[in-house]
Design a protein around this ligand. Structure first.
Ligand SMILES: [Cu+2]
Length: 186
């Protein structure tokens, strides 16, 4: 039976041909593919959220060595005419990074995770002690005054911004009883 062998040879030649072809036009094909898969966009959605929501005055809380958690704060400024939101945050300094807020529950300050942090059109949202914050859970390194913690924010369109938050001494928010700094995040 010659057929299987013939097929194998033919297949081999085809693969060789295709490989050669690919090698020559990979760049062209990639460009064509990128064009084809690019979704139709309006002028408005073509703008990345990361380009229109600016991060001002980022900083992070210094904590004594051995403390498991810290937090980062900043002001988000939305320069566009459209509401936007931060959907997630990340940082190499912590195992887990979450978006949190504080709520006053019958006089007891509690913090909880939020799904997103909204920044209204032409508006500002302040992340600050006792309020919204980027929670750094399971610190992988000391948070020393004078150093910085890179914080990456990802917006609702998937675009992201990374800022270097200077690490500073920050007094615990009034009423928080210092509970924010230690223990479990919830
Ligand atoms: Cu928190």
């Amino acid at each position: 039976m010659m057929q299987p062998t013939f097929r194998a040879v033919l297949l081999g030649s085809l693969i060789a041909l295709m490989s050669a072809c690919n090698a020559e036009t990979d760049a062209g094909k990639a460009a064509a593919l990128a064009d084809a898969t690019k979704p139709a966009v309006t002028a408005e959605t073509a703008v990345k959220v990361a380009d229109v929501v600016k991060v001002e005055n980022p900083y992070a809380r210094a904590v004594p060595p051995g403390q498991p958690n810290s937090a980062s704060f900043m002001t988000l400024v939305n320069e566009s005419d459209v509401d936007h939101s931060v959907k997630s945050a990340a940082s190499p300094v912590a195992a887990t990074v979450e978006l949190h807020t504080h709520t006053n529950n019958n006089g007891v300050m509690e913090m909880r995770q939020v799904e997103q942090i909204d920044v209204p059109a032409k508006g500002r949202t302040e992340l600050k002690p006792g309020g919204l914050h980027v929670m750094l859970i399971g610190l992988k390194q000391d948070m020393k005054v004078g150093e910085t913690a890179p914080i990456t924010l990802t917006f609702e369109d998937g675009s992201s911004t990374t800022v270097d938050a200077p690490i500073q001494e920050i007094a615990p928010p009034a009423g928080a009883g210092g509970g924010h700094m230690g223990g479990m995040p919830h």
